[in-house]
Design a protein around this ligand. Sequence first.
Ligand code: GLN
Length: 478
Amino acid sequence: MIDISTLNIKELHELYINKETTVNEVVSLYMGNIIKNNEKINAYLEIFSDVADYVKLAQEKIDNGTATFLTGVPIAIKDNMLFMGHIASAGSKMLENYVAPYTSPVIQELLNQGAIILGRTNMDEFAMGSSTESSSFGNTLNPLDITRVPGGSSGGSAAAVSMYGALVSLGSDTGGSIRQPAAYCGLVGLKPTYGTVSRYGLIAMASSFDQIGPLAKNIDDAEILYNALSIPDSMDQTLVPIIKRNEYKKEFKKIIGIPRDFIKDGVDPEIMDAFNKTVSGLKDMGYEIVDIKLPLTPLSLAVYYVIQPAEVSSNLGRFDGLRFGFHPDDANLNLNDYYEKVRTGGFGLEVRRRCILGAFILSHGYYDAYYNKAIALQKAIKNEFINAFKDVDIIMLPTAPGLPFKFGEKSDSPLAMYLEDLFTAPGNIAGIPGITVPVRYNKDSLPVGVQAYASHFNEEHLFTIGRDIENLNNKNNE
Ligand code: GLN
């Protein structure tokens, strides 16, 4: 009998090619867990009806010797990724019945490799939020403590893996939405370098930050998925060609920089304790630890909450009730009343707040005062990271400042919710890759993640340090 609580992709691949199990058997195990848990957890919004067709195709690949690591791997995808013929609603009533007219290249690659896409997962509406509470389709519960949020916005993708309802999943990260829910659900989560994974077929939120990435139970699985995602695609002009990416590759000298000034206040003591123990464990393993100064980086959050709403208000302008999605059935409305009905009926509060804020930031007179200043600061923060990475390979921070919180605890205070992104937003502002790795020093505690950043296109460094952190965890749990 396969134990899916410890199963990883390479082991599953071995079982398949040695004919010790079948795709049908494995998918049935995951489906069993979904049937048992999803009604309560609400990780999935929909289980796709064509799973059996893909199970057959995957089994054929295995039988004819063309299987890759991803063949027969049960995967959950976030509800903002297009898979032709399937609904992609971005967690919003606005797109509740929107059927994808094409398949995103990222999803296509998974299908080409014979992965099994089980269904689409719940998320904060249009990926705005840190708790999945802003979804139009109900809360997702954290499988590790159902009184608490799973994080967000990829909360459904995190919960799906954490409840053993998928082996791995895809999320999207604009300001932390892969890393924070991964940390809250005890998983590994990677936000790749901006320009590494195609955004074609990802419902746009803030296009200059959005990036798809993997959530997994361990580094190996995250790396396998990342390798499949980070392929060339001519439909996304912001993708950086592979040869250009290679020019950024650096030697790994095992030097970690810690911006102590940035993390001295406002971090939960349990997180700080786990962070410090991880750093000293890495030191014992031969890493050099240095203090670094990143004086501008704490401003990333403020910069994010200027540029992000500006891009949101531009991107979401297309949802006018005429072209896409929700439209009120009332022929007597004049245009203004029609728009009002579309946007108050289709969008939730947080999305409306960001659209209004963005329209304000971009309006005449405020553009220079806010948007242009934020863009100038973004450049300065990016340079601050580029300079820091001349001396260190990794910069470590906590993933989130707090532990998974209770439902409703932050939903009345947008600012408290925005603070969740304190340590993740800098990665999107600078465009650098960031990974969260679960660390647990106290078996009864809530999940804690530590975060490592590397310089542009050096994801390999994150996998290396991630594996070392996993080894530390294993030693710790012996
Ligand atoms: N919490 C952030 C926000 O609400 C990040 C969202 C994301 O990464 N998609 O904007």
